[in-house]
Design a protein around this ligand. Structure first.
Ligand code: CP
Ligand code: NVA
Length: 308
């Protein structure tokens, strides 16, 4: 039986907050949880959820993960707490971390998340910011590993906006040595700091390829991934982005150009017929609902490591 090991970093704010070894450890624990080979009791531990943006998967999978671990959650809805009134993060964080054992935060700025982590005496988890979505990336790579066993020859092509989901995929891709191709319209490339960090980790391997050409980016790819074109907080850009992203839809013609055994991923929620067609979501190649399920298992594993 495998026991959770404490992570070197107190917090999980970015994909790069785990080492490669810790990443594989989390995935191993997650598969054990999934196969019901592992039972860990974190009696009395409390996870505080602070969500400044909507959520179905992240919120519920954290709640269920804590319940399966014998702990509980408190939903600290910003609109009914003093957060929306503008209480400083440094005060909120110091108080809540005296009540809770871990905090999962979904907010806009990565710097606000870092401010929470700075003042919290307990671990802080990134439940999505504008910059990163590392819990999602853990589940994504778990799903890829389930399909291809290891990451050796995997080519992952992300088609769409160079957003938080793309950034976290890139950073874990670099850590794992996976070839990551991003195809986005001009001006929608991933964050420069993220690209630079990834390039440093990849060294001179040239495994991160950013282009504006979906067709060439999918050739020979094993994983096709997409996400919404307008993320939460970008609702006012929707009309422009819908035009700018024409030609970046994952449809069956694009899928045909990928590797024969390619799988399709999407973090959800999706806009069917925008970034991906209904037909592709429902196709045999789709692993989108396995991917959503894996959110629960990786988060159960992550919580076990942070609370051990
Ligand atoms: N993929 C994801 O994070 O979904 P939610 O916004 O529903 O949490
Ligand atoms: N990029 C999307 C992901 C949602 C899970 C957003 O930030 O809205």
């Amino acid at each position: 039986m495998i026991n959770p090991i404490r992570l070197e970093n107190k917090n999980f704010l970015s994909s790069l907050d785990t080492s490669t070894e810790e990443f594989f450890h989390i995935l191993e624990l997650a598969s054990n949880f999934k196969n019901k080979d592992l039972n860990i009791e974190l009696e009395d531990k409390v996870l505080g959820l602070i969500f400044d943006k909507s959520s179905t998967r992240t919120r519920v999978s954290f709640q269920v993960a804590m319940s399966r671990l014998g702990g509980s959650t408190v939903d600290l809805n910003p609109t009914t707490s003093q957060i929306e009134r503008g209480e400083p993060i440094k005060d909120t964080a110091r108080v809540l971390s005296r009540y809770c054992d871990v905090l999962a935060i979904r907010t806009f700025k990565q710097s606000d998340l870092e401010e929470y982590a700075k003042w919290s005496s307990k671990p802080v988890i990134n439940a999505l910011t504008d910059l990163e979505h590392p819990c999602q990336a853990l589940a994504d790579y778990m799903t890829i590993k389930e399909e291809f066993v290891d990451f050796k020859n995997v080519v992952l092509t992300f088609i769409g906006d160079g957003n938080n989901v793309a950034n976290s995929l890139i950073l874990y891709g670099a850590l794992l040595g996976v070839e990551v191709r991003i195809a986005c319209p001009k001006g929608y490339e991933p964050n420069n700091l993220v690209i630079n960090k990834a390039q440093k980790i990849y060294k001179n391997k040239n495994l991160l390829k950013i282009s504006n050409e979906p067709i060439s980016a999918v050739r020979g790819a094993n994983v096709l991934y997409t996400d919404v074109w307008s993320s939460m907080g970008e609702e006012n850009q929707k009309e422009k982005k819908d035009k700018d992203f024409l030609g970046f839809t994952i449809n069956k013609n694009l899928v045909r150009k990928a590797d024969e055994d390619a799988i399709i991923l999407h973090c959800l929620p999706a806009y069917r017929s925008k970034e991906i067609t209904d037909e592709v979501i429902e196709s045999k190649k789709s692993r989108i609902f396995e991917q959503a399920e894996n959110r629960l298992h990786v988060q159960q594993a992550l919580l076990s490591c942070l609370l051990t």
